[in-house]
Ligand binder design. Structure first.
Ligand code: SF4
Ligand code: SF4
Length: 176
């Protein structure tokens, strides 16, 4: 499959269509992908960066701020639109390869289809979700906390993008 075809088929459709395609790719190529040392190494790099960012968010008590915000009318930012538009097949495939049981947890047209009871079920989140820094979090955090947040987010985005490129290169070598 050529680059253009991969991009056009992996970045369109709603959350359900993207997940279906990611599951199909995992079924077809999962065992071959799991034998690729570079891909395994990069998954662990992304995992480490994601866990480091999570730990910092916990230290900033972002969970508390977000739970409070999400409980207020019209609050929260994990909308159905985000779940459908900002995810893509390769990012969902990365989660599956990392051992996350990716599934649609809701289809209420209001909240993101990957927003589970205890928060986002994805270990590797869409770029837009990672980059989003709302005014409330900015207001309630210190300058050093925000600096570290930005640094850790950038490290994760870089690692995730490297993994995406490895997956694209792998798919380019396959015949569909
Ligand atoms: S990131 Fe901001 S808008 Fe989103 S839930 Fe947390 S506090 Fe609310
Ligand atoms: S952070 Fe997770 S639950 Fe929230 S919008 Fe992004 S993918 Fe959906």
């Amino acid at each position: 499959m050529d680059y253009k075809e991969i991009i056009s088929s992996c970045y369109c459709g709603d959350g359900s269509a993207k997940l279906e395609k990611a599951l199909r790719l995992a079924q077809e190529y999962g065992s071959e992908l799991s034998r690729q040392p570079k891909i395994n190494f990069q998954i662990e790099e992304v995992r480490a960066a994601a866990l480091s960012l999570d730990a910092h968010m916990t230290a900033m008590e972002m969970g508390k701020t977000c739970s409070h915000c999400a409980a207020t009318p019209g609050g929260g930012c994990c909308s159905a639109y985000m779940g459908h538009e900002n995810n893509d097949v390769l990012q969902l495939l990365m989660n599956i390869l990392a051992g996350v049981k990716v599934q649609l947890v809701r289809n209420d047209g209001v909240e993101c289809c990957f927003l589970a009871e205890k928060g986002c079920l994805l270990l590797f989140k869409p770029i837009f979700c990672l980059n989003y820094l709302c005014p409330r979090i900015q207001k309630e955090s210190g300058a050093e906390e925000l600096r570290l947040l930005e640094q850790k987010t950038a490290a994760l985005l870089g690692a995730q993008s490297d993994l995406e490129q490895l997956l694209i290169r792998f798919l380019q070598q396959q015949t569909f």
